[in-house]
Design a protein around this ligand. Structure first.
Ligand SMILES: Cc1cc2nc3c(=O)[nH]c(=O)nc-3n(C[C@H](O)[C@H](O)[C@H](O)COP(=O)(O)O)c2cc1C
Length: 187
């Protein structure tokens, strides 16, 4: 089994984001064959179809498309905003999915972890994200599901995730994702 490059989308730009902390923790818990790299999405211009023509495409859009096309898989680590996906993440997905017929996501295996200080663990964002990925032909890991609630008490002041049961669960999640990538990814 070779190394698999996983493009990680974090749905929050907040400096002390729980989701960004989670993405960093996941990189440490993942099996050795997965190489996780966060894709920066905060600098992307808002998607405007008028600019999606030869000679006008913003360099940041092209860089994102190239990054996702080069990846073996995609992982979304996202908060829930108003029971859905934050706009910053929706914008990045829209950018990488276009031009029509040239989606960078096509056929890449994916997974989602939603993280919230609330009790429902970002269920709404998690499933709205899944809905988009059905359309974009991204086979999404179904089990285990990962709705992580109570995020405000998960991390110590260095960003370590200290709860052993949660660490064990997330380690199993990443193992399942690695197996999912082998089964559904391009060889
Ligand atoms: C515009 C907005 C809408 C939000 N809506 C929800 C929500 O629907 N469900 C939820 O669990 N938390 C909601 N929150 C709270 C976020 O879960 C919280 O700010 C969290 O820390 C964001 O993730 P982060 O720590 O990675 O930035 C919302 C926050 C903002 C700013």
């Amino acid at each position: 089994m070779g190394t698999r490059d996983v493009a990680v989308f974090v749905g929050s730009l907040r400096r002390d984001s729980f989701n960004r902390k989670m993405a960093t923790v996941l990189a440490g818990l993942a099996p050795d064959e997965l190489r996780l790299g966060i894709v920066e999405i905060g600098q992307l211009p808002l998607y405007n179809q008028d600019d999606d023509v030869a000679g006008k495409v913003p360099p940041a859009w092209q860089a994102l498309r190239d990054r996702v096309k080069a990846a073996d898989a995609v992982l979304f680590v996202t908060p829930e905003y108003n029971r859905s996906v934050p706009g910053v993440l929706k914008n990045a997905i829209d950018v990488a999915s276009r031009p029509y017929g040239q989606s960078a996501f096509d056929g890449k295996p994916g997974a989602v972890i939603s993280v919230s200080p609330g009790a429902i663990g970002g269920f709404g964002a998690n499933h709205h994200l899944r809905q988009m990925m059905v359309f974009l032909n991204v086979p999404m890991l179904q089990q285990p599901e990962a709705y992580v609630g109570g995020a405000a008490s998960l991390f110590d002041d260095k960003g370590n995730l200290t709860n052993p049961a949660t660490r064990e669960f997330l380690g199993k999640f990443m193992q399942a994702f690695a197996a999912w990538i082998e089964r559904n990814g391009k060889t």
